[in-house]
Design a protein around this ligand. Structure first.
Ligand code: PLP
Ligand code: 3DJ
Length: 416
């Protein structure tokens, strides 16, 4: 079912025409792409922006190499978690001084979930989805283990906000959900869910790993309490680049996050013996910012200053719509309805692993998520319509020819 004006091409010629008219096409030259292939895994690890090596080199050779410790002041190293947070803010519908860049998603989720349980001290249940990315579930398990009587309750995948009704009793302190499901690509209704959670007196925490840089997000509009997300997928900051953390300003005064390291102190360089949290979003910092990793984020966020998120969403829906239509005879598990879809497509196939390996050998890079999902990510800034057309045809050919059955495609590495 389609419910928008997004144009889905039905021939390769139409794809070529759409590429020629694509307002986002010029961004493609800003990325280092496989010479003979199609990269459909930007939902896992985004590609390298062309400008990144030079910015990383300058950080290493000039800032660290030459200016040494004076770089903290001279190059604004201390401020970088805030400066980069402010640059991410418009991409997630947040304001200045509401986002900070630090640590990993898991660590930041630990901070905000613990803070949420403290803010709702009479309540002890954390709700999540059973099929969420496991680290979110493990952190919820770990955090609830620290509070007497607390428990993490895992629900079946939500189809809509209404599925929460039966579970939102007055014991619920917080709900943790991924806006876009890492496996199926299903997009949840942030506004409806956050409103329901608030009506029940609980706090809402969103994991934006698969939505930040993939679609417009409105944290302020929907009065979200906390959010975390990664920067190495659609934002292209580089492998394992640091995460971001959002906390609504209305919580800044009362919140208490548990990882009270010196960088979240009101005066880190006063070296006091007792902890006094910084005011505002700075209290969510814990340690020294990872300067070299932040150089990759600095580089990529320059590109995002020029991106129109409405154009990004329209192209994303067209690319995923195109792939879904070309694979309509396969078991597509990603919702066909646009308002329920992120920027990836998952197809169920019992031999998904070797099929994806055979596709990779043909130059089409997707990935596989156990037990049986082939996953393809569509990053509108560097994937073209024609590439998506060709990738879908390659998938059809791999399946029709049976070439995936070759012995060499059966072996799995540690990372798939
Ligand atoms: C939904 C989701 N949350 C969290 C993570 C990662 O967390 P971390 O930064 O702790 O490795 C990922 C991907 O790795 C993810 O897909
Ligand atoms: N970025 C990754 C990588 O470089 C290797 C393996 C996995 C990843 C991931 O990001 C996992 C991811 N969160 C997922 O959606 O499956």
């Amino acid at each position: 079912m389609r419910n928008s004006q997004v144009q889905i091409p039905t021939s390769r010629e139409q794809c070529l025409a759409l590429d020629a008219a694509d307002p986002l096409a010029p961004f493609r030259t800003q990325y280092t792409l496989p010479a003979n292939g199609v990269y459909l895994d930007g939902n896992s690890l985004g590609v390298l922006p062309v400008r990144t090596p030079e910015i990383v080199r300058r950080t290493v050779e000039e800032e660290w190499g030459q200016d040494l410790i004076t770089s903290w002041n001279k190059h604004g190293w201390t401020e970088l978690p805030f400066v980069l947070g402010d640059r991410i803010a418009p991409l997630i519908g947040a304001g200045p001084a509401e986002v900070v860049v630090c640590d990993s998603v898991s660590v930041n989720l630990f901070k905000v979930l613990t803070a949420a349980l403290r803010l709702r001290s009479g309540r002890r249940t954390v709700l999540g989805e059973r099929d969420s990315f496991p680290t979110d579930l493990y952190i919820a398990e770990g955090v609830t283990g620290l509070f007497e009587g607390a428990r993490s309750v895992l629900l079946p995948s939500l189809d809509s906000a209404d599925d929460l009704d039966a579970h939102l009793d007055e014991g619920v302190a917080a709900v943790v959900l991924s806006q876009v499901d890492y496996r199926t690509g299903r997009l949840l209704d942030m506004g409806a869910i956050t409103a329901k959670v608030h009506a029940a007196g609980a706090l809402m925490i969103w994991d934006l790993c698969h939505s930040a840089g993939a679609l417009p997000i409105e944290l302020t509009t929907h009065q979200v309490d906390f959010a975390v997300g990664c920067t190495y997928k659609y934002l292209n900051a580089g492998p394992c680049a640091p995460s971001f953390l959002y906390a609504a300003p209305r919580h800044h005064a009362a919140v208490e996050q548990p990882l009270t390291g010196w960088f979240g102190h009101a005066a880190p360089f006063a070296f006091e013996s007792g902890y006094r949290p910084a005011e505002g979003i700075g209290q969510f910092l814990t340690s020294f910012p990872p300067l070299l990793a932040l150089a990759g984020l600095r580089a990529t966020l320059e590109i995002w200053e020029d991106v129109d998120l409405a154009q990004l969403r329209a192209k994303s829906l067209a690319l995923t719509g195109l792939f879904i239509e070309q694979c309509a005879d396969l078991e597509v598990v990603t919702p066909r309805q646009e308002k329920l879809r992120g920027s990836q497509v998952a197809i169920r196939h019992q031999d998904g692993f070797p099929v994806v390996q055979a596709l990779i050998e043909r130059g089409v890079i997707g990935d596989f998520r156990a037990p049986d999902l082939m996953r393809f990510g569509f990053t509108p800034l560097y994937v073209s319509y024609t590439e998506v057309w060709d990738a879908a045809q390659a998938l059809r050919e791999v399946l029709a020819s049976g070439e995936w059955q070759a012995e060499r495609f059966a072996t799995r590495g540690a990372v798939t």
